[in-house]
Design a protein. Sequence first.
Length: 188
Amino acid sequence: MKVAYIRVSSADQNEQRQLEMMKEHLIEKFYTEKISGATKERPKLIEMLSFVREGDSVYIESFSRLARNTVDLLSIVKDLSDKGVALVSLKERIDTSTPQGKLMLTIFGALYEFERDLIKERQAEGIAVARMNNKQIGRPRVEISEAFKKAYKQWKDGEITAVKAMELSKLTKPTFYRLVKEYEVKIN
């Protein structure tokens, strides 16, 4: 059986490009998910790995869709190989049912991990430079305002609900309760 595993990193990304690539390969079963590839703990990946049987082939757009580090990639490929399942990467044009394919897989896996590590390193360097220049990193921190204090008092006095207090102070639920904790430490 020909099985496809398709993954994009987030809900706002579109998997259509990968689906189109699979059309000419007469795929019989698709496993599609929108989740980071940084971990092997992905529901559809786990489901696909338990589904495939000896003689099956798993098609992927590229190795980066299957795993983001060499250890995970090689582990997944070993799981497939142990079951007698071939892995076919369309972008890299590699079929792990051949010795050459197995060699190329190891090389590409190392390159993807190297690339990911470089991206993380550049990101950390950029954040460090921004901090040295006193630039805001991430969202600005929400502080305790007069509107919050007023809504907090009304809420604690039982005049309004917590939801209404959040609405009046224009805060999300997590931010509201974080500020409640901070405020209660200050006033006690």
